[in-house]
Ligand binder design. Structure first.
Ligand code: GLN
Length: 481
């Protein structure tokens, strides 16, 4: 058995037919990890003993003749802002460097019950703030396709682990694109579910009205199977909704007929790199030959999306990060003279530059006298953006765009220019503002071999349609255009 390009279904059949044990599969991926992680740096820390224990449990089920659960022995990387009991959860931050999680996130409970095996915790931009994984307080992750390039972010470790065979699948979190953009940069599939589809209990909060956990995998079917396991109402998360979870594989092979695809005029104009545009256009032509119909649509408030997102995300972050004060969690510096000195020195030593920038700006836009001018106005524009999408979805079934306006950029290229970094989120942030689902699928590579991703957006809870279209695109060769 070669630990390469395995899938959920293939792993299950290897074990069921006795061709490999769960422990052997786990060991093989741990070997990949040992070999590749020193260069790619996708994992912050690993948990081989625990992974092997989880795998041994699957082998016991097999010996007893018990049917295997749906994700049996699936080797996974988990973004380090999602809690796994007994393991460190650093969020890529010095302030939580030695913080050990006291409970499991709901998604972890569900994945464990479904047989998944967690190999370790994946690198991220500190508290998921960034688009390149360079904001991690520990080290930057490299793009497995070209080591001088970023893997995207903030779930860059998760996407790079899957792309380099250091995991078969991963979990990321997406507040403004952090699952879809790294999936696009690393040439894998990444899905941000509808807001409220997946429980956020045990995800360290960044922007609570925007955050969602979602799967990253090499194939659409694997993505669908993981979503099925993690989706659903959770009594621990009041924002999760009791909407039935469908079998996302049902009907996934059926041809797509007469599907109306909306192409936002505002997304295909200046600022979009030529090479990305050409790839996406090739992808769209392929979808046309499969029976889809292209319709030009308008999203008139697109120009305000970046500003709106960053006001809201920073405001929510400043409030969520207030809990890291040296009293209850993580780091507390020594040698302070009084309580406010302890807060100040701990937060100064514990947070990196980007996190501080956001706390300061977020506190500013919420402060009395400025609240109406910034935060309240951003909330109003958020409603206008939502209405743009509602109108568009009266005419079309899904909306397609590039995931990112450029291919992966070089390490260091944008790290000193926060605005340039923020602008690269233009196509992904709206799905979070509106709460709709979005998937990024590979759509070929640039002449230099850098992956390009295509984003498909759908109506609330329309994940079945996104996964269906994405799967048909994959089967028709769209990933390698
Ligand atoms: N790049 C965006 C930001 O920096 C999105 C991050 C995310 O989705 N977690 O806020």
């Amino acid at each position: 058995m070669e630990a390469k390009n395995l899938t959920v279904a293939r792993i299950k059949s290897l074990i069921e037919r006795g061709e490999a044990s769960a422990v052997e599969i786990c060991q093989a991926y741990l070997q990949n990890l040992e070999r590749l992680n020193p260069t790619i740096k996708a994992y912050l820390h690993t948990s081989p003993e625990r992974a092997l224990e989880l795998a041994a449990r699957i082998d016991r089920l097999k010996r007893e003749g018990t049917p295997l659960p749906s994700l049996a022995a699936l080797p996974m990387a988990i973004k380090d802002n999602i809690l796994i009991k007994g393991l460190r959860s650093t969020c890529g931050s010095k302030i939580l460097e030695n913080f050990v999680a006291l409970y499991n996130a709901t998604v972890i409970e569900k994945l464990e019950a479904a047989g998944a095996v967690f190999l370790g915790k994946a690198n991220l931009d500190e508290f998921a703030m960034g688009s390149s994984t360079e904001n991690s307080a520990f080290f930057a992750t490299r793009n497995p396709h070209a080591l001088d390039y970023v893997p995207g972010g903030s779930s860059g470790g998760s996407a790079a682990a899957v792309a380099s065979q250091m995991a078969v699948a991963a979990l990321g979190s997406d507040t403004g694109g952090s699952i879809r953009q790294p999936a696009s940069f690393c040439g894998v599939v990444g899905l941000k579910p509808t807001y409220s589809r997946v429980s956020r209990y045990g995800l360290v909060a960044f922007g609570s009205s925007l955050d969602q956990i979602g799967p990253i995998a090499a194939t659409v079917k694997d993505t669908a199977q993981i979503l099925r396991v993690i989706a659903g109402k959770d009594p621990h998360d009041a924002t999760s909704l009791a909407v039935a979870v469908p079998d996302y594989l049902e009907g996934i092979e059926k041809p797509v007929k007469d599907l109306k695809i909306g192409l936002p005029r505002e997304y295909f104009r200046a600022g979009l790199s030529e090479v990305v545009k050409n790839k996406i256009q090739a992808g769209l032509r392929l979808l046309e030959t499969l029976g889809c119909q292209m319709v030009e649509i308008e999203l008139p408030h697109t120009d305000y999306a970046i500003a709106t997102y960053y006001v809201i995300a920073m405001a929510e972050a400043s409030s969520n990060l207030a809990r890291f004060d040296g009293v209850r969690y993580g780091l507390r510096v020594r040698g302070y003279s009084n309580l406010s000195g302890m807060y100040r020195e701990t937060r100064d030593a514990g947070f990196g530059a980007e996190v501080k920038r956001r706390i300061v700006l977020g506190t500013f836009v919420l402060s009395s006298g400025y609240y109406d001018a910034y935060y309240l106005k951003a909330q109003k524009v958020r409603t206008l953006i939502k209405q743009d999408f509602e109108k568009a979805f009266e005419k079309v079934d899904v909306i397609i765009s590039p995931t990112s306006p450029t291919p992966p950029f070089r390490i260091g290229e944008k790290s000193n220019d926060p605005l340039a970094m923020y602008l690269s989120d233009i196509f992904t942030i709206t799905a979070n503002l509106v709460g709709i689902p979005g998937i990024s699928v590979p759509c070929g590579t640039t002449p230099e071999g850098l992956p390009v991703g295509m984003q498909i957006l759908g109506k609330h809870f329309d994940e079945p349609r996104l996964l269906h279209l994405a799967h048909i695109f994959e089967q028709a060769g769209g990933f390698t255009l």
